[in-house]
Write a protein that binds this ligand. Structure first.
Ligand code: SAH
Ligand code: F3S
Length: 493
């Protein structure tokens, strides 16, 4: 579980190890490449995935990655704007680059990528002298040209948002990889315009990636030993391929394009069939866009994990409306009931915001009672952070005092811990299937992996290896981790 005050990460980061924020591990290098790239990522899984695309584009420009700032010819930081704290973290990193450049590496060039680049644009070049290059999330293919400008001693910037770009034709260089789990991006942008959220401004309008290229990426990952993919998008249920172009332009599509369009449920089905032993996850689902077709498709395929990350943000109808979340509390509860009717053991996780403008104690209690109703498996909880340019910033006063926000957050986190413990304990004395991902952080004698419900499970290594699917008899647990003994390979191995 994650709370705002301990970390800057956003929604999908439970699947990115907390301690990987910022870290770069090098696993794929291209022979003959002489220049060195230090690339680090903050924020959501999409940023981590985008950095792999950037590393791939730059590998063709003669760059291999390094973990050492002092060696780097080029430093790139992929940034997050979701909350003020996320931006402050990046500013601190820029200070660090400044010190390294001054003391050890005077020829090093520095570029900013991602949401802060898009939000701040030329302001970055004005405010941060260390920055030579500013590139928005849709402009990474322009990096070779931009770098040529930088090499000539000029600052360079491209923050143009695109109607088409999905990077479907780029084969990512896997960074930070355990060689077992990987992200595959399927949509970019978001059309939802939640009033608190900066993402629609920094990542542009929604567009979907060609299913053929998604399947090719999954097949390639399987052939290289990967066993689990997470399909990524700001709003995956809104996926719609009709030959390219923006989601909002689907109305203008031809009859043939409409008849052959692929929605998210179709895509899941195609992916699950293409690699029937590959575990498939997806994130993030938006309650108003998640259809029962998707849930039925999950139920049909054993390799699609029974877990839905279904942020609700608030349990109060009034606040949901102010947030422009296009569903009610009742509709959300019905959706949960419907999911559990089709998949009784489906894990559900949440994102919540406390202290949205005008939130009263009664609104907050509505959120608490919704949590009691759903008993989420886990969740990511944040205090509201006003973001420049959003509708909430323009129309509403950030009027909930900081202490009230913090108190509500602490109460919420405590309740979530209780619910997580309840869900986790239901696995005691059962056998769960675990995909081994890495050595346990606490003991070199133990493996660590996850169940389909994304529950971390640790057990003695035995003769098993990373990438194996094993059955684990659960003998003990904490509120968020299962502890047990492997009793053999699972049928999926
Ligand atoms: N649909 C996206 C959501 C991205 S933002 C996805 O792919 O996950 C991730 C989470 O950050 C949101 O669900 C929300 O809980 C939180 N968040 C977004 N804007 C915020 C803000 N201004 N203040 C606090 N939390 C925010
Ligand atoms: Fe943000 Fe709402 Fe989209 S939280 S990413 S505008 S679904």
């Amino acid at each position: 579980m994650l709370i705002e005050n301990t970390c800057l990460q956003q929604t999908m980061e439970k699947i990115i190890d907390e301690n990987k924020q910022g870290e770069t591990l090098v696993i794929e290098q291209k022979e003959g490449n002489k220049r060195k790239l230090f690339i680090e990522s903050y924020g959501c899984a999409m940023n981590f995935s985008d950095s792999e695309i950037v590393a791939s584009i730059l590998a063709d420009q003669g760059f291999n990655t390094t973990q050492n700032l002092e060696d780097a010819d080029l430093v790139l930081v992929n940034t997050c704007s979701i909350r003020d704290k996320a931006e402050q973290t990046v500013r601190k990193r820029l200070e660090k680059y400044n010190a390294v450049k001054r003391d050890h590496n005077p020829s090093m060039k520095v570029g900013v990528l991602g949401c802060m680049a898009e939000r701040l644009k030329t302001k970055f070049l004005e405010e941060e002298k260390i920055v030579d290059l500013v590139v928005g999330p849709d402009a990474y293919k322009d990096l070779p040209n931009l770098l040529a400008e930088v090499d000539e001693g000029h600052d360079a910037i491209n923050v143009i948002l695109s109607k088409e770009e999905t990077y479907g034709d780029i084969s990512p260089v896997r960074l930070n990889s355990n060689g077992v789990t990987a992200f595959v991006s399927i949509t970019r942008g978001c059309d939802n315009m939640c009033t608190f959220c900066v993402v629609p401004f920094t990542r542009g309008r929604e567009r979907s990636r060609d299913p053929q290229s998604i399947i090719e990426e999954i097949n390639d990952l399987w052939s290289r030993g990967y066993k689990e993919v997470t399909l990524l998008g700001q709003n995956v249920d809104s996926y719609l391929w009709y030959g390219g172009g923006l989601k909002k332009d689907f109305e203008k599509a031809s009859d043939l394009q409409r008849a052959t369009a692929v929605n998210f449920s179709n895509l899941l089905d195609i992916c699950a069939k293409a690699q029937p032993k590959m575990r498939i996850r997806f994130s993030t689902s938006n309650p108003q866009d998640l259809t029962m077709d998707v849930v039925e498709t999950m139920a049909k395929h054993p390799n699609i994990c029974n877990h839905i990350h279904l942020p609700v943000q608030s349990g109060s109808d009034r606040i949901l409306k102010e947030m422009n979340r296009l569903h009610t509390r009742e509709e959300y509860m019905q959706l949960i009931d419907n999911i559990k009717r089709v998949i009784p053991d489906c894990a559900i996780s949440q994102d919540m915001i406390v202290g949205f403008p005008t939130e009263t104690e009664a609104d907050f209690q509505d959120t608490i009672s919704l949590m009691d109703y759903v008993k989420y498996d886990f969740g990511y909880m944040f205090t509201y952070s006003e973001r420049p340019g959003t509708l909430a910033e323009r129309k509403m006063e950030d009027d909930v005092p900081e202490e009230t926000k913090k108190r509500r957050l602490a109460e919420m986190v405590e309740l979530q811990q209780k619910h997580s413990g309840f869900r986790t304990r239901q696995n005691l004395n059962t056998v769960v299937e675990v995909l081994i991902e890495k050595e346990s952080k606490k003991s070199s004698e133990h493996w660590s992996g996850r169940t389909q419900h994304s529950l971390v499970t640790v057990f003695p290594k035995g003769n098993y290896k990373i990438g194996d699917f094993v059955n684990v008899q659960v003998t003990d647990c904490t509120s968020a981790t299962l502890i047990g003994e492997a009793i053999g390979y699972s049928i999926n191995n």
